[in-house]
Design a protein around this ligand. Sequence first.
Ligand code: MLT
Length: 410
Amino acid sequence: MFHINDNFCKLAESYLFSEVARRINAFKDAHPDAEIIRMGIGDVTKPLCPAVIAAMHDAVEEEADAASFHGYGPEQGYAFLREAIAENDYHLRGIDISADEIFVSDGAKSDTGNIGDILARGNRVAVTDPVYPVYVDTNVMGGRAGEKINGSWDRIIYLPVTAENGFVPALPSEVADVIYLCYPNNPTGTTLTRDQLKVWVDYALKHGSLILYDSAYEAFIREDDVPHSIYEIEGARKVAIEFRSFSKTAGFTGVRCAYTVVPKELKGYTADGKEISMHHLWNRRQCTKFNGASYVSQRGAAAIYTPEGKAQTREVVDYYLRNAEVLRKGLIEAGLEVFGGVNAPYVWIKTPDDMDSWRFFDMLLERCHVAGTPGSGFGPSGEGYIRLTAFNTYENTVEAVKRIGATRFD
Ligand code: MLT
């Protein structure tokens, strides 16, 4: 008789966004005429930009000819893309990251989930709360979360980020071995300044901790004091792995392409205290379990770094940022308390009269036909909030604000 990984039995019945989709679909079935504006999962609505499309067409043509066809590519990604990333995302910002420290993948969700493969089960893991559910759920699967007691996992260290602390996590009282930080933040849409991020790099240097820095929303940063990469902070090469994605930057949610940076200086420790290169371990893991993102996707991703690609993707990100501004301003005018949405595609809204998150989710869906994501789905400190995304069309965003502004929630 074989046995399963029992940790999976500890997980909630379905992943947050699957549950949200299930509820929206049930509402749609019951009200087929309702014009629902979907602002739940952060999926993009704009098509791929022309520079990406042209590069992908060319790549498809190459695949049609035996002389230029590509079979298995390098597990770490093609040099043309790794070099473009190193040059544009790092060197042009004065950051020291080399092409061979970059691992191209099919998504930041996969990489932030898979990184646990190379981490011991005994590590104490800290997450900001609310948090992108992948970090917590994959640590549950890996046996690092302990038991769920009153809505919290007893081995996870929660770092609350709420309106009360200005969405800046305080250092934990227990030592955290692994710390997940996501900035610009999903789900709150808030950011840290360089000085605020430095506090975490210094903490990790002092305690020998590892920071897993998810920077999937980097392209949305518009304010000067917000760091684009954790490696802008001195010492970060010794303590941090950075995850980035083309999903939100360039509409790759369906195409799939992302990357993870593992600096060569970053060392982990064996149970008997021996130092091991994390770059070596991740490379070993990827070579064994991953055959690389597709050639066509990687050619498309490389086109984002051409002058046309840069201008076209910036225009799309600006479009979503304008939606975020419409949401932020409009909902504040409607009397709601709203956070985020300045350097991020998410706005984080306090529910009226401290209503619980799922109740407000239902009310928005039933009374306004607007679908969000309940804050409590992102963790205990998300209770009393709801998240809306700026990834819908401008017209739908204006319409959603109009509907919400015209509704009473009592
Ligand atoms: C979200 O809505 O939080 C994201 O779209 C989820 C993801 O990137 O996997």
